[in-house]
Ligand binder design. Structure first.
Ligand code: NAP
Length: 214
């Protein structure tokens, strides 16, 4: 089963929907059980063949084998510190891009550990953190009629976890997973996310990345 911390937000719900459509069982986590159930029923309506449930974040972390962090950056550290024992031994996928917006322009919030992903790994020493999906727009994920057309760069210090998340990413039609190497590279992907948002604003578009030359 795949869990989503903060899965009631657009990014977590969008990823839960896309993975439910591929046949994965999903559990949508929230701080509030009623909000979790509501998000789960929205996903279940669009993916009727899948097993979809809502739960408090603690239960979602406990039940799932792979757990996505789909929280705002400011909430990540305190949330992970309180959930760390539920996440021990698991693969944890961090989709967080630590961004702030001034007059509509996105920039990176400098994380003391170097990136949101490294911060997550520091908060979860007993988990295998994998950074991925930071550049994939929730807007696209939430509409099952939109074909996601993008690479996903997957970074982790754990080779096996990285491979596992690359295979999971490629279950979503239109996504190609790129091996991004160690977690130290995740900060560059977080920065590219800010760049894409600023390009989107200038072109009134929704852009994505493709790596060429491989
Ligand atoms: N939106 C996008 O297009 C997009 C694309 C790529 C990556 N991302 C990344 O994905 C993450 C989630 O994005 P989002 O737009 O879905 O975020 P969001 O809607 O702002 O937040 C997601 C969920 O986090 C929970 N939450 C909010 N504040 C919290 C707090 N202080 N403590 C604990 N939980 C809290 C809320 O769930 P409950 O109230 O139900 O607990 C909320 O529904 C972000 O880090 C973002 O950088 C987003």
């Amino acid at each position: 089963m795949i869990g989503f911390l903060g899965g009631t937000g657009p990014e977590g719900r969008g990823l839960a929907l896309r993975l439910a459509l591929t046949g994965e069982d999903v559990v949508i986590g929230s701080r509030d059980a009623a909000r979790a159930d509501e998000a789960a029923s929205r996903v279940a309506k669009l993916a009727p063949a899948a097993f979809v449930m809502g739960a408090l974040n603690e239960e979602a972390a406990e039940r799932a084998d792979i757990v996505f962090i789909a929280l705002p950056y400011a909430a990540q550290k305190p949330a992970l510190q309180s959930l760390s024992r539920h996440l021990a031994g698991k693969v944890v996928v961090d989709v967080v891009a630590p961004l702030r917006f001034r007059k509509g322009v996105a920039s990176i919030v400098p994380a003391p550990e170097g990136s949101a992903a490294l911060e997550a790994q520091a908060a979860l020493p007993g988990s295998r953190v994998v950074a991925a999906f930071q550049t994939i727009s929730a807007h696209d994920l939430l509409d099952p009629n939109v074909k996601v057309d993008s690479d996903v760069i997957v970074c982790s210090d754990d080779e096996e976890a990285r491979r596992q998340v690359m295979a999971l990413s490629e279950k979503i039609e239109g996504i190609r997973a790129i091996d991004g190497g160690g977690l130290a590279n995740a900060g560059y992907v977080e920065g590219v996310t800010a760049l894409l948002l600023n390009i989107n604003r200038r072109y009134r578009a929704r852009t994505a990345i493709r790596i060429v030359g491989i």
